[in-house]
Design a protein around this ligand. Structure first.
Ligand code: HEC
Length: 207
């Protein structure tokens, strides 16, 4: 509950700062992604996080013992939804963790490793953004922490209590041994700068 309130307050803070930046009172020395994109990214990520917590809670409260099918319905859909958000907005939305289960979620760029270290060193830091260049494209990257909740431990707790399907499917799994409140990883959203000259020239032939 506290975490929800904290996320909500954090979201409000970001929306307020986005308004401030676009209000003309604030003149950044560096190019920032349009503030609406940032505010949108914050909202999308909050929804994505609520999706995961909701799915994990359903599993925890289930009266039936979980089957391999229901077991798979927690973090896989989060990854699929992240891809969908990327496509819809032209962003790159990733989940990143030093202790990853899916190797696609390993940190690769230096900036990602630094961001994880920053979250680790500052347990109250919920998120931040900074200018970044990814694959030769300049833009803004928004980072948001992911903490471990009690409902996550069924699949990210001790190695012995791991569901069998996880052991079979992720033989090099590193995402276990967590405790409630630990830093699990982060979401990272890269929003490329909009190029002023991207509007294509009119090439129609007059008749
Ligand atoms: C039912 C089992 C299950 C539960 C419960 C669960 N996870 Fe996961 N988690 C997984 C699986 C499986 C993956 C790998 C998914 C994939 O291949 O993308 C994963 C991946 C992740 C990742 C992506 C990084 C990585 O290691 O690949 C994060 C972050 C994550 N989980 C956080 C959480 C959090 C936070 C909770 C609780 C709110 C939670 N998980 C609950 C099974 C679970």
């Amino acid at each position: 509950m506290f975490r929800r309130v904290q996320s909500l307050l954090f979201g409000l803070l970001v929306v307020a700062s986005a308004w401030f930046m676009s209000s003309g009172l604030f003149r950044p020395a560096i190019a920032l992604a349009p503030s609406e994109s940032l505010a949108q990214a914050v909202q999308e990520i909050e929804q994505l996080d609520v999706l995961r917590s909701g799915l994990a809670a359903t599993l925890k409260d289930a009266t039936e013992p979980p089957t391999p099918e229901t077991m798979q319905e927690v973090c896989k859909p989060v990854g699929m939804k992240a891809k969908q958000i990327s496509q819809e907005h032209g962003w790159q939305v990733k989940q990143i963790s030093r202790q990853y289960r899916n190797p696609e979620h390993a940190p690769t760029l230096l900036a990602e490793k630094k961001a994880l270290a920053k979250f680790r060193a500052n347990p109250d830091l919920m998120g931040f953004w900074e200018p970044e260049t990814v694959a030769d494209q300049s833009g803004t990257r928004y980072y948001r922490r992911i903490n471990v909740e009690a409902s996550c431990l069924a699949c990210h707790g001790s190695k012995d209590s791991h569901p069998q399907f996880i052991q079979d499917r992720y033989p090099q799994d590193l995402a276990f041994g967590f405790q409630e409140g630990d830093l699990r990883g982060m979401y990272a959203v890269f929003m490329p700068d909009l190029e002023p000259n991207r509007v294509p020239a009119y090439t129609g032939v007059a008749n």
